[in-house]
Design a protein around this ligand. Structure first.
Ligand SMILES: Nc1ncnc2c1ncn2[C@@H]1O[C@H](COP(=O)(O)OP(=O)(O)OP(=O)(O)O)[C@@H](O)[C@H]1O
Ligand SMILES: O=P(O)(O)OC[C@H]1O[C@](O)(CO)[C@@H](O)[C@@H]1O
Ligand SMILES: [Mg+2]
Length: 515
């Protein structure tokens, strides 16, 4: 294997045979020489000594793509997470800290709990500080001492016991505080913005030559972080969203021409709305930021609502908070408001669309409707994580602890194809994960709700340009897929001329198929 340089100072690429690429994470030894190592204390831990081959082989890596063909290059891999035989810290020397930033998400407390307990029970580390109130807490607030006893029950609560905030990232002051407090392991739990912040903290720590681990645990209720299978708390959020959808359905069903509108979170990515719709089966129309729609005229939302009410006498619409922003922004003032982190503040699209629907039916006098609007967004975000998310949070936290003890830094832990890995920050922050509307998953939704796609071929072409490179398919398989998709989506979208990949290849060579 040979290493290759890269423009991005964070990139640590290792090339191997048959197109194998390891996108590795930084390690202390990259910038500090002659560091002592110690045997991993897990060796003498009764809980682990029974496990056959408990330590992860240093060469284990996990492929990013698991659907391959016999002539495919082996592709990108990430380092497998888990305990290493040697560690770079003596237990007594570790002074760890944990910080949570950005919006709330189910499972934050579980991750905090499992970092504290993982450090203590697996590695005998008993000095862990909680940073109060996000990044700015490093330099403007006192810390809290975290012990297994303090965090014992916190996974049963929503939110974060440490508090969170947006804005306030001052790299110099944060790293000064890390140095002043003698902190040598920093666990940062947050979304894309937080991890961008973590990345610059790592760069500054490295520039100062400090033996300080910067480890991230990706958090986002919107599921907008790329590479990883899904973010923690996402399943809990989808489950909780069902309660709002059920309520909307009960209300809509109980009256003549009842319409239930439910707004769910999803600033730029409509995953919660998509999955909640697929799970519920009571939803007639799902609107997400990635799929533009229009209200009036042939093929528009109003026409579909009228049709569905005539057929079923009730309907449920789920709308992600970032959907249709282009439609109503021009009528609203203060459209450029931003939060403290610089994220655009969105107007309430659920309220807006509810008014527009009511106005339409009042104006056209076609039928009398009863509309109920439910906005459960903060209720969904504030719940504790469910059982499967708790297990997921535990593994993410423990992976981060193992990585930190082993001297890796500048990484986030993350699940890739069902395996826990260490992913370099830049891969997590370089783009947002979005619903790809030319993928099968969106086609599944369209066929499940039987809603119009609201798209024209030009929009599909634009969407295809932004998606990832398509997977090449065998000819027979391709035909089957194209037919499948044809059966599920309006024919205007799927004229063969329109089925081109981002290089402009026709669909008979390749079409995008994921999920
Ligand atoms: N480019 C950046 N460089 C340094 N710090 C950043 C950057 N972007 C965001 N941050 C900091 O990260 C923290 C969280 O960012 P943000 O409010 O965007 O939430 P997030 O982590 O993206 O989570 P979510 O969007 O899921 O709520 C804030 O304190 C913000 O100042
Ligand atoms: O009201 P806040 O806390 O700024 O958060 C709202 C945003 O945070 C998110 O939940 C992401 O964490 C988005 O879905 C939403 O737009
Ligand atoms: Mg964000």
């Amino acid at each position: 294997m040979a290493s290759s340089d890269n423009d991005n100072s964070q990139m640590k690429i290792v090339n191997g045979e048959a197109g194998y690429i390891l996108e590795d994470v930084p390690h202390f030894t990259d910038y500090i020489s002659n560091l002592p190592t110690y045997p991993n204390p897990l060796r003498s831990n009764p809980a682990y000594s029974v496990a056959k081959q408990y330590f992860v082989n240093v060469d284990d890596t996990v492929p990013q793509k698991v659907v391959v063909h016999k002539d495919s290059p082996r592709g990108v891999h990430f380092r497998r997470a888990g305990p290493r035989q040697k560690v770079y810290f003596k237990s007594d020397d570790v002074q760890a800290c944990i910080v949570t930033c950005g919006g709330l998400c189910p499972g934050l407390n579980t991750v905090i709990r499992e970092i504290v307990c993982g450090l203590s029970y697996m590695y005998g580390v008993n000095k862990v500080l909680g940073i109060d109130g996000g990044y700015r807490g490093f330099y403007s607030k006192n810390t809290v001492t975290l012990t297994p006893k303090v965090v014992n029950d916190i996974h049963k609560r929503g939110g974060t016991i440490l508090g969170t905030s947006r804005g306030g990232h001052d790299t110099g002051k944060i790293v000064d505080s890390i140095q002043d407090r003698g902190i040598n392991q920093v666990y940062i739990i947050g979304g894309d913005g937080t991890l961008r912040g973590a990345s610059v903290i790592y760069e500054e720590v490295k520039r100062r030559g400090l033996k300080v681990v910067i480890a991230g645990i990706p958090k986002t209720i919107d599921n907008d972080i790329p590479v990883i299978d899904k973010s923690f708390g996402f399943d809990s959020a989808v489950e909780e969203a069902q309660r709002a959808i059920n309520a909307a359905h009960v209300e809509a069903e109980s009256v003549e021409n009842g319409i239930g509108v439910v707004k769910l979170m999803g600033r730029y990515s409509g995953f919660i709305a998509l999955h909640a719709t697929l799970a519920s089966r009571d939803v007639d129309c799902c609107l997400i930021p990635e799929s533009p729609f229009y209200l009036e005229g042939k093929g528009g939302l109003f026409e579909f609502i009228e049709k569905r009410l005539r057929e079923n006498e009730h309907m449920v619409i789920v709308i992600a908070e970032g959907a249709g922003q282009d439609l109503f922004t021009e009528h609203m003032q203060d459209m450029n408001q931003k939060d403290a982190s610089g994220n655009k503040q969105l107007q309430d699209v659920g309220l807006w669309i509810s008014h527009r629907i009511k106005d339409h039916f009042a104006r056209t006098n076609k039928m009398s409707i009863t509309l109920k609007y439910i906005d459960p967004t903060y209720m969904v975000r504030a719940i504790p994580s469910n059982a499967s998310d708790n297990v997921y949070c535990t593994l993410l936290a423990q992976s981060a602890v193992h990585g930190a003890m082993a001297g890796y830094t500048g990484f986030t832990s993350g699940l890739v194809n069902g395996r826990h890995t260490y992913i370099p920050f830049n891969r997590i922050t370089e783009r947002q994960n979005k619903v790809v509307i030319t993928d099968r998953m969106w086609a599944r939704l369209l066929s499940s709700t039987n809603q119009p796609s609201f798209l024209n071929p030009k929009v599909v072409e634009e969407a295809k340009k932004t998606e990832q490179p398509p997977t090449r398919l065998l000819k027979e398989e391709k035909c089957k897929n194209l037919d499948e998709v044809k059966a599920e989506t309006p024919s205007q979208l799927l004229e063969e001329d329109n089925c081109k990949d981002e290089s402009g290849n026709n669909a008979d060579q390749s079409i995008k198929t994921e999920n």
